[in-house]
Design a protein around this ligand. Structure first.
Ligand SMILES: *Cc1c(COP(=O)(O)O)cnc(C)c1O
Length: 223
């Protein structure tokens, strides 16, 4: 199947759901993103600032760019002018820098807080007690140029479907808990969960943004 056909298939799948597709185009050249664009895809996810600095100028301006990878504070400035949504906020320090760069660009940048839901040690993200602390009014009042609109998580890399489902369910539980918060800069509406191998489970567990790469663009080759 072609990239365009893959996009159409996902759009059909999501048609009657509240979930949207973020096409994860990391490592892929602009020509392949263009194929997805021509099939109607407008949301693209990248995990490297370098690629986010290169690709937008090669592609139509109505694309919404999502940052889904670990973001270093010293690189926020490069994406602050245009980034649509940062899925991978994993520290208060990063949030402060995004706020600062958003102000410089006279905009509000929408962010998701990355939650550590997997078994693996190395995955980035907050745990529940850290989220509780961060989402207290006092801490966030100083940051008027960010808006926290939801949570993002990555399940454990495993064939154990039950385990993946539990992890997504845990993330949805946190989302429901924080959904009642209604601050100027905290209004939860998105749960970013589900990738090529587990988006089906994520959809069943309430995902609103699936981040799919290889199922659309084919396997990635890292040189
Ligand atoms: C690469 C990546 C994806 C997409 O992975 P696939 O398995 O190719 O769908 C989703 N989310 C994040 C954070 C990623 O880094």
């Amino acid at each position: 199947m072609s990239i365009g056909e893959n996009i159409t298939e996902f759009h059909n799948l999501l048609q009657k759901t509240p979930c949207k597709l973020v096409a994860v185009s990391k490592t892929k050249p602009a020509a392949l993103l263009r194929e997805a664009y021509d099939a109607g895809q407008r949301d693209f996810g990248e995990n490297k600032v370098q690629e986010l600095r290169e690709k937008p100028s090669l592609l139509p301006t109505d694309i919404r760019w999502h940052m889904i990878g670990h973001l270093q504070t010293n690189k926020v400035k490069y994406i602050a002018p245009f980034i649509h949504l940062i899925h991978s906020v994993d520290s208060e320090k990063l949030l402060e820098e995004i706020d600062k760069q958003a102000l410089k660009n006279s905009r509000v940048i929408e962010c998701l807080l990355q939650v550590h839901i997997a078994q693996e040690e190395h995955k980035f993200g907050f745990d529940e007690s850290e989220l509780d602390a961060l989402l207290s009014e006092i801490a966030l009042a100083r940051l008027p140029n960010i808006r926290i609109v939801g949570l993002m998580g990555m399940a454990t890399f495993t064939d154990d479907v039950t385990r993946i489902r539990q992890e997504f369910r845990f993330l949805k539980g946190l989302f429901d808990k924080y959904r009642v918060i209604n601050l100027d800069n905290v209004k939860m509406r998105e749960i970013s969960m589900g990738m090529s191998d587990d988006y089906g489970i994520a959809l069943e567990e309430g995902s609103t943004l699936i981040r799919v790469g290889s199922k659309i663009f084919g396997p990635r080759i890292y040189l």
